[in-house]
Write a protein that binds this ligand. Structure first.
Ligand SMILES: Cc1cc2nc3c(=O)[nH]c(=O)nc-3n(C[C@H](O)[C@H](O)[C@H](O)COP(=O)(O)OP(=O)(O)OC[C@H]3O[C@@H](n4cnc5c(N)ncnc54)[C@H](O)[C@@H]3O)c2cc1C
Length: 331
């Protein structure tokens, strides 16, 4: 295959980054992928269960890409500024974003959405409160052999939220015979995951609190003993709590599954120095998946917000095609 003599760094080896690596390497472009985790695949390896995405396929994919010359730099977090996200503790080294910008002809940022949104209520820093992504991630780490134990959540667990991550959390808890109590601020029938959740509620006898929102984590000696939830009153688009209708649900732990946020490798201040715009956490790109910096592109959840494997793959491919055009124009 004809070599183009150009080098691209891809930040993140999830579906967006892998698709881009696949395309660019097939076009004679040298590709170096950086990921802070010890294996490739992103959420496909470290969040989604084996029964939905078999890990063997990812190992095979890595071998195929390496045969084509793609270099995987694993265990390396690329960062500049104040940016922390779930799983950073597995990185053995940090490389500065600037170093890569100087070293490569183009950069593609595919760092996903690795921070759980939190409710921001009293008691949230107590022992026994888990962001959903942390809980799921640690289960996968145990399955993959990186840690010996899963989080000890006790027997009665409150799950807050009713999206896709909540479905996975509830499923994992039920598989471990936990008593699950689901709290959602709307009616369950309004949730996008209604079909899956209503099936789980029926199958596992899950206690359901609809149109209720947490107002406080109840604790004793810094450990969760319950959660206070208020009745939700909707005023137009806003959700308000009926002060007169609050109840306490006893539990051993609380898992907050109210969504994930995009996690760029740089904070807004650093981004502006590189002519990159970050809007509500997402990297802003044009129709070619290019930032305002001509050599820096972005794709996947870090651009879209939490999406899907298919959408991440689609945007990764489009970004890779734009990068190829850019590099060929510069020849
Ligand atoms: C619990 C859960 C279940 C899901 N189930 C499904 C499903 O069944 N089907 C489906 O289609 N979608 C599912 N999704 C969504 C899907 O996994 C994501 O939309 C998709 O993986 C996004 O791909 P991505 O390439 O943008 O990012 P990711 O897959 O998140 O990959 C990003 C990669 O970047 C790395 N990274 C992050 N920051 C840095 C940094 N600073 N330096 C170096 N590396 C970094 C991360 O370690 C990670 O490997 C699920 C998501 C979750 C949370």
């Amino acid at each position: 295959m004809e070599k183009l003599g150009r080098k691209v760094a891809i930040l993140g080896s999830g579906p967006a980054g892998l698709q881009a690596a696949d395309y660019l390497s097939s076009r004679g472009i040298e590709v170096h992928v950086y990921d802070r985790l010890p294996e490739i695949g992103g959420m496909m390896m470290f969040a989604i269960p084996e029964r939905r995405v078999p890990k063997k396929r990812l190992i095979q994919r890595r071998i195929e890409l390496e045969k084509r010359g793609v270099v995987f730099n694993l265990g390396i977090k690329v960062q500049e500024g104040n940016v922390k996200c779930e799983g950073d503790e597995l990185a053995s080294r940090v490389v500065s974003f600037r170093e890569l910008v100087d070293k490569y002809d183009a950069l593609l940022i595919c760092t996903g959405a690795w921070r759980s949104r939190m409710l921001g209520i009293e008691g949230e820093d107590s022992s026994g409160v888990y962001p959903a992504l942390e809980y799921i991630f640690k289960i996968r780490l145990r399955e993959l052999g990186y840690v010996s134990q899963e989080p000890d959540v006790g027997d009665r667990v409150v799950v807050v939220g009713a999206g896709r991550t909540a479905v996975d959390v509830v499923e994992e808890l039920c598989l471990r015979s936990k008593k699950v109590i689901l709290v959602y601020r709307r009616k369950l029938s309004e949730s996008r995951a209604y079909r899956e959740l209503s099936e789980l509620v029926r199958k596992y006898n899950i206690e359901l609190y609809e149109e209720r929102n947490p107002t406080k984590i109840v604790t004793s000696r810094g450990k969760v003993t319950g959660i206070e939830v208020g009745k939700v009153v909707r005023v137009g688009d806003r959700f308000q709590i009926d002060e007169k209708d609050r109840i306490i649900i006893e539990c051993d732990s609380v898992i907050e599954a109210i969504g994930e946020e995009p996690t760029p490798p740089i904070d807004e201040k650093v981004a502006s120095m590189f002519n990159i715009d970050i809007d509500r956490g997402r990297i802003k790109v044009d129709e070619n998946f290019r930032t305002r910096n001509p050599k820096i592109y972005a794709a996947g959840d870090v651009v879209l917000g939490p999406s899907s494997i298919g959408q991440a793959v689609g945007t990764g491919l489009k970004a890779a095609k734009s990068i190829e055009l850019y590099l060929r124009e510069k020849l």
